[in-house]
Design a protein around this ligand. Structure first.
Ligand code: FPP
Length: 255
């Protein structure tokens, strides 16, 4: 492979993870209810998926509803659930046609049966698609993911399938959500806050972090391109020196 091809592929994130923050403030600026902001946020979701498809980015993980979001006013939670339901009914067939594999990550047991069934149907229908892995985190928390992995490992030990001495990072990594995908190369958070908020805690260990003040409904292709440009400038060292990286390249996490 010629050098320039390798560099250009290495500088494009394979997997982008996004905390879509700022819908509520966007609506407030317009003297509208928060649900209005979430509906506008949905359009930005759509544009982001199209952007990833056009650019050949192979995985996109969106934080749509955290395990802590249940604490929001019931009316807002209800509006979000309705939005998810409608989005599933409206978008799945088209995304399937584009070759998008839809996956919901998080504790789905907390959702109403109708919504859960739609989520499972969307996952089953698009399972074999390979153009873009679209992961939607709902009732998800990074700590939940770690606890869930620990529970599965404990059960494997109890069944005698795994010895405690065999538990290392590589072994643990198999039990997390999205274990089959490379970890996010690029993490984006919109809306001005600079925190991870219990998103993919394990998986983000070596991600490049980009924070934007733009509120999610206004986050468009230009903003995404700026994040990609920023990413392309970063030197990912994974604990090595800059000289070592220049000599040998990095990305030890390549799968
Ligand atoms: C955070 O903004 C946003 C959410 C909790 C919901 C995200 C949901 C969408 C973008 C809707 C569509 C999603 C899909 C996948 C169909 P916030 O409400 O915390 O905003 P604020 O910080 O300004 O209050």
């Amino acid at each position: 492979m010629p050098d320039n091809v390798e560099i250009s592929t290495l500088r494009l994130p394979r997997h982008i993870a996004i905390v879509m923050d700022g819908n509520g403030r966007w609506a407030k600026q317009r003297h509208r209810p928060r649900s209005f902001g979430h509906r506008a946020g949905q359009k930005a979701v759509r544009a982001t998926i199209e952007f990833c498809l056009q650019r050949g980015i192979s995985a996109l993980t969106l934080f749509a509803f955290s395990s802590e979001n249940w604490q929001r006013p019931q009316s807002e939670v209800g509006a979000l659930m309705e939005l998810f339901l409608k989005a599933l009914d409206r978008e799945v067939d088209e995304l399937h046609g584009y070759g998008v594999r839809i996956r919901f990550i998080g504790d789905l047991s907390a959702f109403a049966p109708a919504l859960r069934e739609r989520m499972q149907a969307a996952m089953a229908k698009t399972f074999a698609n390979a153009k873009l892995a679209l992961n939607i985190a709902v009732n998800y928390g990074g700590r939940w993911d770690i606890v869930n992995a620990a529970r599965q490992i404990a059960a494997a030990v109890q069944r005698g399938e795994l010895a405690p001495t065999q538990i290392d990072e590589r072994c643990m990594a198999q039990f997390f959500c999205l274990a089959d995908l490379p970890p996010p190369d690029l993490f984006i958070r919109t809306g001005g806050e600079q925190r991870i908020s219990n998103f993919l805690l394990w998986q983000l260990a070596y991600s490049e972090l980009v924070f934007s003040d733009v509120l999610w409904p206004d986050y468009d292709a230009d903003c995404l391109q700026r994040a990609l440009d920023d990413f392309a400038q970063r030197e990912r060292r994974y604990g090595k020196t800059g000289d070592q990286v220049s000599a040998n390249g990095s990305r030890p996490e390549l799968k």
